[in-house]
Structure formats: structure tokens, C-alpha cells
Design a protein. Structure first.
Length: 191
């Protein structure tokens, strides 16, 4: 199985008024997604943000937990943060993966809506296990990645549905659920 990469996309993102915006970083997203990604053996977690001011904020948090007191106080957090890399765009992240792996990744994104290239968890899990190239799994912030950008990707993963009609998970929860469905133990198989 080729390595899996994830990216948290902050632009181009819809806000609740369907306007394309750049969302702000959150400390929780940095911490919780890094810990989840490390648990599921993700090669790199790209924080994708075009603004230097937000990248500087992320660098400050990363430095504290990798080189500062936080890293010595909590080595588990330092290890989780070791897979984080800042990227100014999706294209920059893709190029970085090509540099590391020597081949272009197939790109999958997530959304709470269905598209013509929506794929099931079962199918994507099969693709990940059998594809001859790495996978970049992108997660949008805000109200999701701009539609025109999403349509350029290889697949869009089917939505996560709960038993009710409310469907607005925090991205940290969505990452954990999706990584477990795609990479977690196959608990449904009788051994």
C-alpha cells in the first residue's frame, strides 16, 4: 500500500453565505488532526493556507510543541506534530508529494453533498490498498471546498451520515471517522 497524505484546506472555501473565503486556522485542528493522523500512520498532514500571517501562527504553535517546552513536556504531541507540513496551496502539497514519492498522488476530497464522482468508503478503501501511487485526502474547513476545485479531483468521498437530519460535523471529527473507515481495523470481518 502506498502512503496516505492528508491536507486541511483553508482556501478556496465557502462560508455560510456561499461566498469563497479563506478560513482561519484553529489550534484544535492542528492538535487533534495531527494526533489522529499519526495514529493512522499518515505520511504527512499538510495544513494548506495561503496567508503568511496564518502560516506564522501555525509555525509558532508547531515550534512550541516540537522544539519548545511543550515538546519536552509532551513527547507524544511532539511525535504527532512531526508529520505536519505547511503548504500555501493544494498544488504545492501535490508537488511536495511528487517530490517525496516520485509519482503524482490520486486526490480525494470530502463533502457533505454528493457529486458525479462520489465514491463509497468500501471502494476507496479498495483503491488505497491496491493503487500504485499515493493518496492525498483533502478536508475542507468552513462550509466546504469550492465546487469548481472539487470537480478537478479524482474522487469525492461519500458524506458521513448520522441517524438524524443534522449534518455539520467538525472537521476534526470527520477526519477521525474517515481515517478509521479507510485505514482502521476491519472489525466487520469474522476471523
Amino acid at each position: 500500500m502506498f502512503p496516505i497524505y492528508i491536507g486541511l484546506v483553508h482556501y478556496p472555501i465557502y462560508n455560510k453565505n456561499d461566498e469563497v473565503v479563506t478560513t482561519a486556522l484553529t489550534n484544535f485542528d492542528i492538535h487533534d488532526i495531527a494526533r489522529t493522523a499519526r495514529t493512522y500512520d499518515i505520511r504527512k498532514y499538510f495544513i494548506i493556507h495561503p496567508l503568511e500571517s496564518q502560516a506564522a501562527l501555525a509555525k509558532e504553535v508547531l515550534t512550541y510543541w516540537q522544539e519548545g517546552y511543550g515538546g519536552s513536556y509532551n513527547p507524544d504531541r511532539r511525535e504527532a506534530f512531526s508529520i505536519i507540513e505547511l503548504s500555501e496551496s493544494i498544488e504545492t502539497a501535490v508537488n511536495r508529494i511528487k517530490e517525496i514519492e516520485g509519482t503524482e498522488p490520486f486526490i480525494v476530497t470530502t463533502d457533505a453533498r454528493k457529486y458525479s464522482n462520489t465514491v463509497s468508503y468500501q471502494q476507496l478503501r479498495h483503491n488505497i490498498e491496491n493503487e500504485n501511487r499515493p493518496c492525498l485526502l483533502l478536508f475542507g474547513t468552513g462550509w466546504g471546498i469550492q465546487k469548481e476545485v472539487m470537480e478537478k479531483f479524482d474522487y469525492i468521498l461519500e458524506p458521513i451520515y448520522g441517524p438524524g437530519d443534522y449534518n455539520h460535523l467538525p472537521v476534526r471529527a470527520a477526519v477521525a471517522i474517515i481515517l478509521d473507515r479507510l485505514l482502521g481495523e476491519k472489525w466487520w470481518i469474522n476471523e
